[in-house]
Design a protein around this ligand. Structure first.
Ligand SMILES: [Zn+2]
Length: 330
C-alpha cells in the first residue's frame, strides 16, 4: 500500500510556468534516469520507477499481486503557484489513472493534490474520485504548515465525503539544511516528520472533527509510536501546552488510524502490532527506493505471527483502509 511510481516523461514545467524548482528526468542511459531539480542531482532511478510491467514482474517474486501506487513526494510541487500546482497534480493523477486502467488487477492509485490551495485541492479530489483512484497521498507538512491548520479542514471534509483514503508521507524534512551528512534527513528527519504530522492531527482534533477520515501514516508512524509514552506524559503533565485544542489522550487514537509495517525490525513491528492491532497495520514497501522493504514482507513471514494477523497485514487492513473489496482483485 505504499509504493512510488512516476511517469516515464515529465513535461518541462520550468519552461511552461517560467520559474524553477520542478523535477526533470534525464534518461541518460537505457533503463536509468536521473531526477534533476534544476541543475541539482536529486536521485537516480531505474525503469522499475516508471514501467508498470517491470514492477509487476519484480513484485511477483514476493507473491505480491497488487500495488498501491502514488507519486514520489518530491513531485508534490506545493511550492508552485496554485494554478500551476493544479496542472502538475492533474498530469500525475491522469498518469496514475492510466496505469490503474490498464492493469486493474495489479494497481490501485492514490492521487496528489495542490495542498497550497485548499480550494483547488478540493476540486481535484472530485476529479480523483471520478478517475477511479482510491485516495490521496499528502506531505507531512505543507510548506512548513502543520496539518492541523484550519485551512486544510475543507480537504479533510471532502476526503470524508468522497470516501477517499489519505496516506501521510514524510517529506520536506525539518532540520534538513543542518544535517546534510550521513543521510540524516532520511534517517532522522523522516521519522520525526511523520510524528509531527500525526501529533498535529491528533492534538488539532482532526479525528474528532472528521471521524470517518481514514488516514495511514508511513513507516509505521515514524517516531510516533516509539515515543508515545513521552507524548502521553507531555499531554498529562502540561495540558496547558498540549491539550489546548483536543482534550482526548493521544493513546486513545491507536487503532483509529492505520500505519504501514516498514520497520525493518521484527521487535519493532511486534510493538507496533501490540499498539495498533493487526487490522490497522498495512503492508508497505516504499518500493522501489533503497530505504524500502524491498524483500516485501519477508521479515514478517519469519515472525511466527498467527495466520489471521498475517492476512490482516498482507491484505485485509489495506482493503479496509481503502474501503475496497478483495473480490475485485481476484
Ligand atoms: Zn515512500
Amino acid at each position: 500500500m505504499h509504493s512510488h511510481i512516476l511517469p516515464k516523461h515529465l513535461p518541462d514545467w520550468e519552461k511552461k510556468f517560467g520559474y524553477g524548482g520542478f523535477i526533470k528526468l534525464d534518461h541518460y542511459k537505457p533503463k536509468w534516469a536521473k531526477m534533476m531539480q534544476g541543475d541539482k542531482f536529486f536521485r537516480e532511478i531505474n525503469h522499475n520507477c516508471w514501467d508498470p510491467e517491470v514492477r509487476i514482474k519484480e513484485y511477483q517474486k514476493f507473491n505480491t499481486q497488487v500495488q498501491v501506487i502514488c507519486t514520489v513526494p518530491v513531485l508534490f510541487s506545493y511550492f508552485a503557484k496554485p494554478k500551476d500546482g493544479l496542472v502538475t497534480a492533474q498530469f500525475l493523477n491522469d498518469d496514475l489513472a492510466s496505469v490503474v486502467k490498464k492493469y486493474p488487477k495489479n494497481y490501485i492509485g492514490l492521487g496528489t493534490i495542490p495542498m497550497q490551495s485548499p480550494e483547488l485541492a478540493v476540486s481535484e479530489l472530485t476529479r480523483i474520485k471520478n478517475l477511479g483512484l482510491k485516495g490521496i497521498q499528502i506531505g507531512s507538512n505543507i510548506n512548513n504548515k502543520n496539518l492541523n491548520e484550519p485551512e486544510f479542514f475543507p480537504i479533510w471534509q471532502a476526503c470524508q465525503q468522497l470516501d477517499l483514503a489519505v496516506l501521510v508521507h514524510p517529506w520536506n524534512m525539518m532540520g534538513k539544511a543542518e544535517m546534510e551528512n550521513y543521510w540524516l534527513p532520511w534517517l532522522v528527519g523522516m521519522p520525526a516528520e511523520t510524528s509531527r504530522a500525526i501529533c498535529s492531527i491528533i492534538f488539532g482534533g482532526i479525528f474528532e472533527k472528521f471521524p470517518n477520515l481514514r488516514v495511514n501514516f508511513c513507516h509505521a508512524s515514524g517516531s510516533f509510536l516509539s515515543t508515545l509514552g513521552r507524548i502521553e506524559h507531555g499531554f498529562n503533565s502540561r495540558p496547558d501546552l498540549v491539550a489546548i485544542d483536543n482534550p482526548i489522550n493521544p493513546k486513545k487514537y491507536c487503532g483509529h488510524y492505520w500505519v504501514d509495517c516498514i520497520t525493518h525490525d521484527r521487535d519493532m513491528l511486534k510493538y507496533v502490532l501490540k499498539k495498533q492491532g493487526s487490522k490497522r497495520v498495512t503492508l508497505g514497501s516504499d518500493y522501489p527506493f533503497p530505504l524500502g522493504d524491498l524483500e516485501i514482507g519477508a521479515f514478517i513471514n519469519q515472525m511466527n505471527l498467527e495466520s489471521s494477523e498475517l492476512e490482516d497485514i498482507f491484505c485485509n487492513s489495506t482493503l479496509e483502509w481503502l474501503n475496497i473489496n478483495k473480490e475485485d482483485y481476484l
